[in-house]
Write a protein that binds this ligand. Structure first.
Ligand code: ZN
Ligand code: ZN
Length: 291
C-alpha cells in the first residue's frame, strides 16, 4: 500500500534479524489505511459504504456534495483536548469509498472533530489535510485518562464491537510483519495510560484493574506465563494461522517493565483465534533478560 511505512513498535521480537532502520508510521497513517481497505468491503459507492458503516456502528452520517458530517462517531470518543482532528480511520473510509465511486484518488481532510471540541466530525473531500494530529497519551491529566478509559461504556456494546471489528479487522489481515508492530505499540501505550491512571503498587493489583476494565480474567502462572480469558483482542476474529494478539503482548511487555522486570521478549503461545474459538483464552509467555 502506498504511504504505509511500518515501524517495529519497540517490539524486540519483531526487531531481530532486520538491519533496515525502522520507519515510523504514525497512528494517522495506519488508521487511514484501515479505513481505506474497509471501504471495499462495505459498499460500492460513497453513499452505500457510509450507510452500512453508520448502521453497524450507531453513528449518523450526512453526505452532501464534498462534505461528510458524522454525529456520535466512535473513533474520537474519549479523546479529550486534542490539538486537532484525529479521525483518520474515517478519512480513509471516505477516501476509499470515493475512489470506488469515481476511480480517482483524492485526499480527505477532517475540518471539525469532537476530540478538538467541536459538536460533530466533519470531512471535506478533495482537501489536503495539514500535518495530521495524532492523539497523544503524554500530558493527559487524570480526568482525561478516566474519561478515555470509560468512553466505550457510554455506547451500545454491539456498536462498540462493530467499530472495533471494522477498524481492527482490516489491519489485522495485513501481513503479520505490518500489523504486529502497530498493535504491539498500541498495547504498550494502552497499558501505560492505565498504569498512570491507577498507579498500582504491584503487578497483581494492576491485573485486577485490567480485569475490571476489560471484563476478562487474567492469571499469572508458572514458567513466566500469563493468560487472559476471554481475550478481548481476538474476540470475533475468524480462525487464523498465527496468533493475532499483539496488543496484549505489548501491554504485558509494558507492565512487566513498569514493575522492574527487564523483558527480553513476550510471545503468544496459545491464541483463541488460532484454535478457532470466536471468543476464548489466550496465553502468553515472557522471557526476562539474563534468565
Ligand atoms: Zn473526529
Ligand atoms: Zn490471542
Amino acid at each position: 500500500m502506498p504511504g504505509c511505512g511500518i515501524g517495529h513498535g519497540d517490539d524486540p521480537t519483531q526487531r531481530s534479524g532486520r538491519d533496515e532502520p525502522a520507519r515510523h508510521v504514525g497512528a494517522d497513517g495506519s488508521n487511514r489505511e484501515a479505513g481505506c481497505l474497509l471501504a471495499r468491503e462495505l459498499g460500492d459507492d460513497l453513499e452505500s459504504t457510509l450507510t452500512t458503516f453508520a448502521d453497524l456502528t450507531g453513528c449518523e452520517v450526512d453526505a452532501d456534495e464534498d462534505v461528510v458530517t458524522v454525529r456520535n462517531y466512535p473513533e474520537c470518543a474519549g479523546y479529550p483536548g486534542a490539538r486537532g482532528p484525529v479521525c483518520h480511520f474515517m478519512r480513509g473510509l471516505i477516501a476509499g469509498a470515493h475512489e470506488l465511486e469515481t476511480g480517482e484518488r483524492t485526499p480527505v481532510e477532517e475540518v471539525r472533530c469532537r476530540a478538538a471540541g467541536d459538536d460533530v466530525c466533519e470531512f471535506r473531500i478533495g482537501r489536503k489535510p495539514r500535518e495530521p494530529t495524532v492523539p497523544r497519551l503524554d500530558g493527559l491529566d487524570e480526568r482525561a485518562l478516566r474519561r478515555m478509559a470509560h468512553a466505550a461504556s457510554e455506547r451500545e456494546p454491539e456498536e462498540v464491537a462493530a467499530f472495533k471489528l471494522a477498524s481492527e479487522y482490516t489491519l489485522k489481515f495485513h501481513p503479520a510483519d505490518a500489523a504486529a508492530p502497530i498493535f504491539f505499540r498500541a498495547g504498550r501505550l494502552y497499558a501505560r495510560a492505565l498504569l498512570r491512571l491507577y498507579n498500582p503498587l504491584e503487578m497483581t493489583s494492576f491485573l485486577s484493574i485490567v480485569e475490571d476494565v476489560t471484563g476478562a480474567e487474567c492469571h499469572l502462572g508458572e514458567g513466566n506465563r500469563m493468560s487472559i480469558e476471554p481475550c478481548p483482542e481476538c474476540a470475533g476474529f475468524p480462525r487464523e494461522h498465527e496468533p493475532v494478539c499483539h496488543g496484549v503482548r505489548g501491554a504485558l511487555h509494558e507492565t512487566l517493565g513498569t514493575f522492574g522486570k527487564e523483558v527480553e521478549r513476550v510471545e503468544e503461545t496459545e491464541c483463541a483465534a488460532v484454535t478457532g474459538e470466536l471468543v476464548g483464552r489466550c496465553e502468553f509467555r515472557f522471557e526476562l533478560r539474563g534468565l
